[in-house]
Each structure stands twice: as structure tokens, then as C-alpha cells.
Design a protein around this ligand. Structure first.
Ligand code: NAD
Length: 487
């Protein structure tokens, strides 16, 4: 499949925290791949800016190593990496002090073009960076800032951060990243919903029995123990990624595919979410791997907090109080150290009102599954007759649209979420970024749930490493005569 790549105008991208984990693992490899694809032009500049004292040559080495390590299979013509490295610059900058700002300002203002500032640093530096950018005259209309998660840890801190950023930048200059929104399948979800006549008429409580959203990881907290134990699955995953997916599933058709039209509709969904009853939530902490407890210890050991009450798993049921969805439950589930790495949204339709094939044909439901990972794709389960003689036996088979199969070996243009999102920043398209009011509304829904746990002193239940979560999660479904999709 031949894909059209439209080059973006040459730009400057300053990566604060350019030597950090996220920059090396995601941002720089993503830029390299866009360079290889011809979308980023040679005249563009990527300026690493971090506290580490190093010169441009040393930073180019850091970038080259990051690309070899994290993007080893990018198919490029010989010499492309060397050309890309010519676009790389470095300035030693202290976000909390004056070091490096004069040099950075001179570098950036010497050329007139789009300037993007990627805040790939600890959240405590977001405010100081915004203030300094403005103080050095860099917050003008060409400028845009990219803000990483976490965006606050509750409504109060998110509001404060929004307030701080708003002092120096307009909302139209602020790009709050949720990389789930940059995934090909997530955008395809919108194409499937709003580009086909087939689904939208059925997309409501009259035809949909329930919706499940699962984001399961096999990894534990790894080296992020300290951060994670202060956050937990609710703050780290549900408040942002799962809620964003829920919004795209549940929102009304926007009038246009443009930033505010889409984000207005998402916001309405969040505001219509009902509070979650305590008995509609299951929380868990993973146990040690019995075969290898040294490498994979239990959650509390991994975060070095023997009395931790933070959840590494959460499952909950919620409802959306509007005409489209009244009566259709949404089940959300996410956890670490689960059996499989899997992110999937499933729209489970109702059974037919009457079976002409009799009881023996069994009960069948169509399920539309949108897989974000692994094997991005969309599957529609349909009921057909089992081939062969012997009567009318019904079976469910998938109509499978795994992108890799349907669109060629690499799934068409296999673009990583960060590639798409960074290019959108340069093009000035905010559709796939969270607006300030959306983030605040998401916290306003999440906060009472977390406060409830704290007030009741609730301790998460243990669950087996590489299992499917605590029993409470299964009971949540069983009580409703439903079951989770297999992971
Ligand atoms: P990191 O600790 O690996 O890197 C931090 C970077 O900030 C380094 O380059 C460091 O030199 C720089 N820095 C620290 N203090 C500074 C100062 N005073 N002035 C200038 N630079 C300074 O962190 P990370 O894992 O890359 O995370 C960066 C941000 O991205 C965080 O907000 C994190 O929550 C977010 N994030 C990270 C990941 C990930 O996978 N690593 C995923 C999602 C979000």
C-alpha cells in the first residue's frame, strides 16, 4: 500500500528533558521515523535541552544510541541517520534557574518558524518552564507547548496547573498528550463509527448490552515504583487513557472532525458519567511470581512500601446518564502483571429479540472488538450456520480486520502514536489532545472514587501474578450475568 506523506514546514522542536527516558525511548525515535518517511525536512531543528552538561557532539551520540536501541528496524536509506543527526542540537538548560536560557533564546529566535516545546520533564517543572519561556519572550504566537502526563494528581492540582499554563499560553497553544489518542486503531474507531452507515444506528442502549474496556499489562511497576505507589491504576490509567477511550466510544457524532467539535462532545460524556458505587469497583495488588519471586516480587515489595494501599488493578462499572446510553453499563478494567498484554474495547450487542432456531441453537451476541494492542485491528463477531449437514447449528465467527493483514505486511502506514501526535503539534492540530476542561472533568469524576477508598481505609485484594485480576472483578460481572472478555 502506497501512503502519501506530506512534508511539514521546517520547524524547531525543543525537547526539555531531551536526555531522559521518554525522549530517548519515544520522542526521538518517533522524529527519526518521520524524517525517514520524508515528513520532517532536513531544515528542521531538534534542540535537546536538559540539565546534563554536554556538547552537541555528545548529544548526537545519545540520540544515535537511542535510535539504534529503540528503533532498530526502521527501514531507511543508508546515510539517513547521519542526515537526521545534522538536525540535532543541544543546550544545557536549567528549568529552575537561569542557566542556558540566553543561549536557547538566541538559537530559537534566530529563525522564524513554528516553535514547539516538549515538556518531557517531571511535572513539577511544567510551571517553571512555562514561566521562563514567557520571561524570555518565547511564548509568542508561533510557540506551542507539549505537556506529558500526569496532568495533576487530582482536580485541585490539575486546576492549578491549568491556571499556571494559562498565565503564559493560550489554550490553543497547549497540547496535553495522551498517547492512546494517537493510536491508529483509536482513530479508526472514529472512522468506523462515523464513516459507515452500518454501526451508528445500533450504537445506543437499545441495541448495545454493555461495553468493556480493558487495558492489561504483563509488566509490573518496574523502576517507576515510587511514582506509581503515589498514583495507582486509577490515576495512572483510568483517569486518562481509559476515560479517553470511553469518550470516543460514547460521544455523540461531532459536527466536524475538528478539535473543538470533537472535544466538546468528549467533555459532555465525562460530565454525564454517573458516580461509581463502592460495590461496583474491584481493586487489587499483584502477588509475587511463584516461579521467580526475585525478578517479579509482589506489588508491595516492588514499590518498597509494605503497607501500601495503592491498587495495581482496578475494575469498575459505570453508567452514562444521557438518552443514548441510559441503562447500558460500561465496564472498565486495567492492571499490571496480568496474563496478557492486551488493550481492547468490546461493544457487546444484545441478543436477537427472538430465536427462530429454538433453544438448542443457543444464545448468540455480536461483539465488535477494537484491539489497540497487540495486533491492532477490528473484529466483528457474527453468528452463522455451522457448515455441513446435521441441522441448524449456529456458531460465532470473527470478521477480522487485523490491519497488518488487511492493509499489507506493516498494517499500511504503521505510524507510532508519538509520530502522529508530534506531527499534529507541528501542524497545529489539537484534535487528538486533551483540552484543559476535559482533564478537569475527568478528575472531578475520579476524585470522589479515590477519596472514598481513602476514607474507608480500603485495602486492595491480592491477585495472582499473570492472572486475570482479583475475584472481586469477576464477581462484578457475574452479578450482572455477564463475563469479561478473555485476556
Ligand atoms: P527522566 O527522569 O528519565 O528524565 C528527566 C529529564 O529531565 C532528564 O533529561 C533531565 O536532565 C531533565 N531535567 C531534570 N531536572 C531538570 C531541570 N531542572 N532543568 C532541565 N532539565 C531537567 O524522566 P522521563 O521518564 O523521561 O519522564 C519525563 C516526563 O514524561 C515525566 O513528566 C513523566 O511523567 C512523563 N512520562 C514518561 C513516560 C515514560 O515512559 N518514561 C511515559 C509517560 C509520561
Amino acid at each position: 500500500m502506497v501512503s502519501r506523506v506530506i512534508p511539514v514546514d521546517p520547524f524547531d522542536l525543543v525537547i526539555f528533558g531531551g536526555t531522559g527516558d521518554l525522549a530517548r525511548r519515544k520522542v526521538l525515535p518517533a522524529l527519526f521515523r518521520r524524517f525517514c518517511a520524508g515528513q520532517m525536512q532536513q531544515a528542521s531543528r531538534i534542540i535537546g535541552a536538559a540539565r546534563t552538561d554536554m556538547d552537541e557532539t555528545a548529544y548526537r551520540r545519545v540520540v544515535s544510541e537511542a535510535i539504534h536501541e529503540f528503533s532498530p528496524s526502521t527501514a531507511c536509506e543508508d546515510g539517513t541517520l547521519e542526515q537526521f543527526l545534522q538536525c540535532i542540537h543541544y543546550v544545557t538548560v536549567d528549568a529552575m534557574g537561569e542557566q542556558g536560557w540566553a543561549e536557547l533564546t538566541e538559537k530559537v529566535t534566530s529563525v522564524d518558524r513554528v516553535e514547539a516545546y516538549y515538556f518531557s520533564v517531571a511535572p513539577s517543572l511544567f510551571g517553571p518552564l512555562a514561566e521562563r519561556l514567557q520571561g524570555h519572550g518565547l511564548a509568542d504566537r508561533r510557540a506551542r507547548i507539549v505537556v506529558e502526563k500526569p496532568f495533576g494528581r487530582d482536580l485541585a492540582t490539575a486546576r492549578e496547573l491549568n491556571g499556571t499554563l494559562a498565565r503564559y499560553f493560550d489554550e490553543g497553544q497547549i497540547y496535553r498528550i495522551d498517547h492512546y489518542l494517537g493510536k491508529e486503531t483509536v482513530q479508526n474507531l472514529m472512522a468506523v463509527r462515523f464513516g459507515n452507515m452500518l454501526f451508528e444506528p445500533l450504537w445506543n442502549s437499545q441495541f448495545v448490552d454493555h461495553i468493556q474496556i480493558t487495558v492489561a499489562e504483563t509488566v509490573g511497576v518496574g523502576g517507576r515504583g515510587e511514582y506509581y505507589d503515589r498514583a495507582g491504576a486509577m490515576r495512572d490509567m483510568v483517569q486518562n487513557h481509559l476515560m479517553q477511550l470511553l469518550c470516543l466510544i460514547a460521544m455523540e457524532p461531532p459536527s466536524r472532525f475538528d478539535p473543538d467539535a470533537v472535544r466538546d462532545e468528549k467533555l459532555k460524556v465525562i460530565r454525564a458519567l454517573e458516580p461509581v458505587e463502592p460495590h461496583h469497583i474491584a481493586r487489587g495488588q499483584y502477588e509475587a511470581d511463584p516461579d521467580d519471586p526475585e525478578t517479579h516480587p509482589d506489588y508491595r515489595t516492588a514499590v518498597d512500601n509494605p503497607r501500601s494501599k495503592t491498587e495495581s488493578f482496578v475494575a469498575l462499572k459505570t453508567h452514562i446518564a444521557n438518552w443514548r446510553w441510559a441503562g447500558t453499563p460500561f465496564y472498565l478494567r486495567t492492571g499490571k502483571r496480568m496474563r496478557q498484554r492486551s488493550s481492547e474495547i468490546s461493544i457487546v450487542f444484545k441478543e436477537t429479540p427472538h430465536s427462530i432456531f429454538g433453544e438448542e441453537a443457543g444464545r448468540h451476541r455480536n461483539v465488535l472488538s477494537i484491539r489497540l494492542q497487540p495486533n491492532e485491528g477490528i473484529t466483528l463477531g457474527v453468528t452463522i450456520k455451522e457448515p455441513g449437514p446435521g441441522g441448524m447449528r449456529l456458531i460465532d465467527v470473527p470478521l477480522d480486520m487485523t490491519f497488518a493483514d488487511a492493509l499489507g505486511a506493516d498494517g499500511g502506514e504503521s505510524v507510532d502514536a508519538y509520530e502522529r501526535l508530534i506531527m499534529d503539534v507541528i501542524r497545529g492540530n489539537q484534535t487528538l489532545f486533551m483540552r484543559g476542561d476535559e482533564v478537569e472533568a475527568a478528575w472531578a469524576w475520579t476524585d470522589p472514587i479515590i477519596e472514598g477508598w481513602q476514607n474507608r481505609g480500603e485495602v486492595p485484594k491480592p491477585y495472582a501474578s499473570l492472572g486475570s485480576g482479583p475475584d472481586d472483578a469477576n464477581n462484578l460481572m457475574r452479578r450482572d450475568h455477564r463475563e469479561w472478555r478473555k485476556i
